[in-house]
Design a protein around this ligand. Structure first.
Ligand SMILES: Cc1cc2nc3c(=O)[nH]c(=O)nc-3n(C[C@H](O)[C@H](O)[C@H](O)COP(=O)(O)OP(=O)(O)OC[C@H]3O[C@@H](n4cnc5c(N)ncnc54)[C@H](O)[C@@H]3O)c2cc1C
Length: 416
């Protein structure tokens, strides 16, 4: 307690934070590890944490080309929910949501998980049929979900435009009350600190440039800080998955697209939930700082530039103003982009590959932040046991051979 008192904050500020304890070490890479995780985003850090915590693996490195959380983990709009349509995905995301519910306590780090609810709006009879179908499917899978009326929406979100003469009138919505948002940087930092405390080496500024194989077996990686050996390598690099797969001599069924997000100037509290609309194609929440956090779907072209086109910005703003006409007077502060890796069925890949000891976790597209703890938990199981957990078994690479795809295009909606 003493350490975080106002006086100590003042003392640290006066000393330019020279005496602050680092939240995680910055070790030199060893020449060999039992497991190497490539990618220091939330998923990679969570994987390392659960490998150490749940499976007792001690000699683990997380290799990150830049700084941890500088990829999509630090660029997303932080929506967390589990109301997906298919049993396979809803069970996986629900496992994740349950982990979110205890995450701050588990990591002893406040990830600011706020269960403020997520509304998915319906604007046509077909939307409402889809919403009813999804809510029923969610309930069958033990997930909280309800259909709400326009009057209920207006009561909860007074600024929303429920006029029946709107171009896309709101007819109702689904609501998941346990859904919400979390503080993305805190998630990366919390997992990093907790993994480090269990002996995981987090090595930043260490880009993987090659994946070494001995026939059908992986033997290590080439990096900008030398060769590092391991018999088990988990690759979790989001939009860079195809690049890393090519290094291992493989191709993945993935396309990489830019995805943008936007924040406004800070406002006093005007919105205390998350609103998404697949029809007008936008979504919005308000951060604890007060800025409106806004996003939509991907930029339609493929590419690795972490920026998007003006056309998407215009389209998204039009959608938000359609829902909240009063926000037309709010000034936008900035926008940014990340690169998201998308599979043909809008579902991730978490599993083994045809190369012994090489595992991939990717393809989360526009919606992987919510899965951070669940993804790490199942991937850690897969790497430790060399076989998938029942929750991630359906998300293997095999499904692109067998054809057992899990179509989540509908529930991915405006895609978060
Ligand atoms: C604008 C935007 C909004 C989004 N909104 C949401 C949302 O509201 N809800 C939601 O659930 N999801 C959302 N997402 C998706 C979500 O951000 C991602 O699915 C998730 O964060 C992926 O986490 P990750 O740890 O796999 O990836 P990242 O955080 O990107 O981590 C991968 C890391 O790998 C590193 N790396 C890459 N190549 C190499 C290499 N060669 N060597 C070493 N390291 C390497 C990168 O530097 C990066 O730090 C959004 C994404 C974007 C871009």
């Amino acid at each position: 307690m003493k350490e975080y008192s106002a006086f100590s904050l003042l003392r640290h500020a006066a000393s330019h934070n020279r005496n602050w304890r680092r939240a995680w070490r910055s070790p030199e890479p060893r020449r060999r590890y039992d497991v190497i995780i490539v990618g220091g985003g939330g998923h990679g850090l969570a994987t390392a944490y659960y490998l150490a915590k749940e499976h007792g693996v001690r000699n683990i490195a997380v290799l990150e080309k830049d700084w941890i959380g500088g990829g999509n983990t630090g660029r997303n709009t932080t929506i967390v929910r589990s109301n997906y349509l298919c049993p396979e995905s809803s069970l996986l995301y629900e496992k994740s949501l349950k982990l979110w519910e205890g995450l701050s306590q588990d990591l002893n780090y406040n990830v600011m998980f706020s269960q403020r609810g997520v509304y998915n709006l319906g604007h046509s009879l077909q939307d409402m049929r889809d919403i009813e179908r999804r809510v029923s499917a969610n309930r069958l899978n033990g997930i909280d979900a309800e259909v709400v009326t326009v009057a209920q929406i207006k009561k909860a979100i007074p600024l929303i435009n429920t006029s029946p003469t709107a171009r896309y009138p709101i007819l109702g919505a689904s609501l998941q009350r346990r859904a919400g948002v979390a503080r993305h940087d805190a998630v990366a930092w919390g997992f990093a600190r907790a993994a480090d405390a269990r002996g995981v080496d987090i090595i930043e500024q260490c880009r993987v440039t090659g994946v070494n194989r001995d026939g059908g077996k992986v033997t290590g990686v080439e990096t900008t800080r030398g060769t590092i050996h391991s018999d088990k390598i988990g690759i979790v690099v989001a939009g860079n998955a195809s690049v890393l797969a090519a290094m291992a001599g493989m191709r993945l069924p993935i396309q990489s697209h830019p995805l943008q997000a936007f924040v406004s100037e800070p406002l006093k509290r005007v919105l205390d939930t998350v609103v998404m609309s697949g029809a007008v194609h936008g979504y919005i929440s308000q951060s604890d700082k007060g800025d409106l956090v806004i996003g939509a779907g991907i930029d339609a072209y493929v590419g690795y530039g972490q920026r998007g086109s003006f056309q998407t910005i215009e389209h998204t703003m039009a959608a938000i103003i359609q829902l909240f006409p009063t926000f037309s007077r709010v000034r936008m502060l900035r926008m940014w982009g990340g690169i998201v890796d998308i599979c043909p069925d809008a579902c991730p890949i978490i599993g083994k590959t045809s190369v012994d000891g090489l595992y991939f976790n990717c393809g989360w597209g526009t919606g992987g932040f919510k899965a951070t703890p669940g993804s790490g938990w199942t991937f850690a199981h897969t790497i430790a046991k060399d076989e998938p957990h029942e929750l991630n078994a359906p998300f293997s690479l095999e499904r692109f051979i067998s054809g057992a795809l899990i179509d989540e295009h509908g529930a991915a909606a405006v895609a978060h």
